[in-house]
Design a protein around this ligand. Structure first.
Ligand code: SAM
Length: 318
């Protein structure tokens, strides 16, 4: 349940300083509307449903100057990501301190209060072990993991309260929960109304990355970004699902109409990125190989379906 989740009043109320201490603006007079210190730059990348944080950790050295954040609905998983990132920061800081010949003080990350044991205990067995924060890192990585963080949120609610209009340059939606049954499709985190919200927070030219191992969900993604229509899509639907969908359709004709006009609008906001462009995009490699789900799918020799969409300039809807 997400009843206890807190939402900021607006992006200008977000307290980012506690997430990215190395990027806090040294000018102490610069404060957000909630009274926290401002950062030197905006958060630009969001990982929606970040799970254990593998994507963020993989991307941290690829985009070392870019602030990236994971959003995750499960509280223990969110705490786990915070502890994991803090441990990685500390390992980096220890190595830097040990190898530095200067006396410049190196900021160590402030670890969340949860201990490693408490966090790991509550998690599924497949959660990667948290690095030992008292050890030195094996090697220095660009940015030292200071540029990644996570917070708890239900991303189906109030995304524009976290991020401003055109704030983000990349959104990742990696292996979203499939919610196979037709009556559960409303819980999918890709829909025409949510896609319109993603478009709102993405800047023109920004990219929205998706990956799934469920072929039917891949077609769902393509349909909801308006690059495939229903009739041309093979869904491998089961008889049970088809019957459920029909019942749902009968009940929700109004919803369907909304959905169709929603998709028509979303189609004007995004274009699909070509396979050639994706082949050269390091972020796609990280998304395929560094996410925990991506690793699991690879172990089981399952398929991975990638679709990336570029945010187009705002259309003239006046
Ligand atoms: N993206 C990660 C990866 O690829 O390894 C995790 C994938 S896991 C299958 C889906 C994650 O999305 C889960 O951690 C789940 O708790 C989270 N999630 C599902 N619905 C969400 C929502 N509405 N808001 C935030 N997170 C959500």
């Amino acid at each position: 349940s997400d009843y206890a989740l807190e939402y900021p009043l607006s992006p200008a109320h977000m307290d980012w300083a506690s997430h990215y201490p190395a990027f806090v603006d040294p000018d102490e007079s610069k404060l957000t509307l909630s009274g926290s210190r401002k950062l030197l730059k905006d958060v630009e990348v969001a990982d929606i449903g970040c799970g254990f944080g593998g994507l963020l950790i993989g991307l941290a050295p690829v985009l070392p100057e870019t602030l990236m954040v994971g959003l995750e609905i499960r509280s223990q998983v969110t705490e786990y990501v915070k502890v994991r990132v803090a441990a990685l920061r500390n390992q980096q800081a220890r190595l830097r301190a040990a190898s530095s010949s200067t006396s410049t003080p190196i900021p160590t990350a402030e670890e969340p209060e949860t201990t490693n044991d408490q966090t790991q205990e509550d998690l599924p067995e497949d959660a990667p072990a948290i690095p030992d924060s008292t050890q030195q890192a094996q090697s220095l990585i660009p940015g030292g993991y200071q540029n990644i963080s996570a917070f708890r949120a239900n991303t189906m609610k109030f995304l524009p309260r976290f991020f401003g209009h055109h704030q983000l340059s990349k959104i990742f939606i990696c292996f979203p929960d499939p919610h196979f049954k037709a009556r559960k499709h409303r819980q999918r985190i890709i829909s025409s109304s949510l896609n319109a919200e993603y478009a709102f927070v993405l800047k023109p030219g920004g990219l929205l990355y998706t990956i799934t191992d469920v072929e039917e969900y891949h077609y769902w993604v393509l349909r909801h970004f308006g690059v495939l229509d229903h009739a041309t899509t093979t869904t491998n639907n089961t008889a049970e699902n088809a019957a459920e969908e029909k019942k749902d359709d009968a009940e929700d004709e109004d919803d369907d109409e909304d959905e169709n006009s929603g998709v028509a609008r979303v189609r004007e906001l995004f274009e699909r990125v070509s396979d050639e462009e994706l082949a050269a995009d390091e972020c796609v490699k990280v998304m395929r190989e560094e996410t925990e789900e991506g690793k699991k799918v690879a172990r089981n020799k399952g398929p991975k379906f990638v679709a990336v969409f570029r945010r187009l300039p705002d259309p003239d809807w006046s």
